[in-house]
Design a protein around this ligand. Sequence first.
Ligand code: NAP
Length: 461
Amino acid sequence: MNKNSSNIMALAPHTSNKRETVCIFGTGDFGRALGHKMIQSGYPVVYGSRSTQISNLIPKDAEVLSHAEAAQKAAIIIIAIQRQHYNFLTPLAEVLHGKVLVDISNNLKLNQYPESNAEYLAQLLPGTKVVKAFNTVSAWALQSGTLDASRQVFVCGDDVEAKQMVMNIVRALGLTPLDKGSLLAAQEIENYPLQLFPMWKFPIFLSLGLTTFFFFYCLALDIIYTYIYEHRNFSFFIAITIPNRICPVIALILLALVYLPGVLAAIIQLYRGTKYRRFPDWLDKWMLCRKQLGLIALAFASLHVLYTLVSPLRAFVSWRTGKGIISQALNNKTEPLNNTNAWLSDSYLALGILGYFLFVLLGITSLPSVSNNVNWREFRFVQSKLGYLALILCTAHTLVYGGKWFLSPSAYKWYLPNIYMLSLVVPCVVLVVKFVLIFPCVDKPLTQIRQGWERNPKYSE
Ligand code: NAP
């Protein structure tokens, strides 16, 4: 027993003894939070500050010295000071020579300065090794134990060894370093915390725009039209009927928009006869937000499922069912089961269930924790093959739902088509073009282009 425990003791690293002193310039919010976390992780911390008086906010085991004295005690100095005060570092150039300076600063606006703060620091102190890190972690996240915030720390720098030293500290603090390359990446890293859901903007605005458009479309056709021509007040449709019409329509359109850019990219590549020319910017951006489009589509599809499930509980539905029964009783006539209708309604429901099941599968595999555990081929199989299958099933679900009314004049109030008809336009276009693209005479040249073949090679011998 004793032997075992002594073995374990021997194997356990004496981490606290091994850690090198880290210097932090600035005893502000971030400097204190980072210092606290470092001390917890076994790093001796020395602060460089304008005032060497120890306040009770400063971590208990830390030393506070002048900047020059503190810098001499460590090889790594974290600059927890706003960029506009960096000038005060110039007189310290000699003592900072050869040291690793970690720039953690952020700006108030995107691309606020012509160069990144880290590059500016490197220009001010050419004899130092500047590494950008920690700017995407907040002081609050460090204080709260980084449990409910992102643990990813972007790191970049021109000196590989210096970058490695900083990445080791990041790991020791229980965070995950992500090497973003040279100091040129600093501008992008500094812009990162200023962006608000960058990849979500287009999908969110698009779905809001579609929701507003279809809401007013349904309001006009289902409530105002009925009120004017049939003198019936169906304003309560706003609560469930209209949302349950809009949700599947938007889900289907957004799902089709996930696959449309891929189809457009294939057409562009076929037309150009090469894959070595950049796609237009709008197409690049569209491709990058396909996952977000798909997840919003899934949210709308899930709402459609919920609205449909509560349908039998609605007073309007019980009233309509009761009315049908009473009318049969009054006419003393039982309506026979219409087999075609029964088939249509069961097929429509079955297609919807299967389509939704695949939709959920697509959503689950797009989550990083799942996608990290499948290889590229498996991921493509689910997202592309099963994705198209989900699109086919959902399109068929809508077609079967409204198919028999396509030619009925009553489906065109004010000569306008019902919204499920509008929802079929984009998916049908995507599916028809995709169908053409898989023909061998089209697929073969496309595959060759994607493998690097060019119709008019630029550098032919
Ligand atoms: P802060 O609370 O305002 O602290 C900045 C510190 O800089 C001060 O406490 C002061 O330390 C020092 N300082 C101020 N004026 C100075 C001057 N003229 N000359 C020299 N030193 C001066 O700011 P902070 O929130 O800790 O942020 C510090 C840096 O971390 C900023 O670049 C910020 O963008 C970045 N950052 C902050 C967070 C966050 O959550 N707060 C997150 C990521 C990155 P002394 O009094 O000890 O000298």
